[in-house]
Write a protein that binds this ligand. Structure first.
Ligand code: FES
Length: 110
């Protein structure tokens, strides 16, 4: 469960990086929003709204390759940095700022 650092700190501690396997994802619920947090093979971390821009598929259950995730429903590929669908598909899902400090993942509050 995410933990708020302080009342005024916008950054929420989500847990340790090692709790997400490389090319894996976790789903977190923050203030009513379902957010997918991804770890890539090169240990980058990204956070996207857990809803595919096509028909709302759960991106946290997709397959991560490079800096993309393939939606589990119809295989649209979504760029983890921008949230944009890869052409020829079109659409965008919201992204959230994340950072890793001392092995802990922090997400900026929605
Ligand atoms: S819902 Fe994601 S590709 Fe269709």
């Amino acid at each position: 469960m995410p933990q708020q650092v302080t009342e005024t700190d916008p950054w929420l501690a989500l847990g340790r990086l090692e709790e997400i396997p490389p090319r894996g994802a976790r789903r977190v619920e923050i203030e009513g929003e379902s957010i997918a947090v991804f770890r890539t093979a090169d240990d980058r971390v990204f956070a996207l709204r857990n809803r595919c821009p096509h028909k709302g598929g759960p991106l946290s259950e997709g397959i991560v390759f490079g800096h993309l995730v393939a939606c589990p429903l119809h295989n649209w590929r979504i760029d983890l940095e921008s949230g944009e669908a890869v052409a020829p598909d079109q659409g965008c899902t919201r992204t959230y700022p994340v950072r890793v400090e001392d092995g802990v993942i922090y997400l900026s509050r929605p």
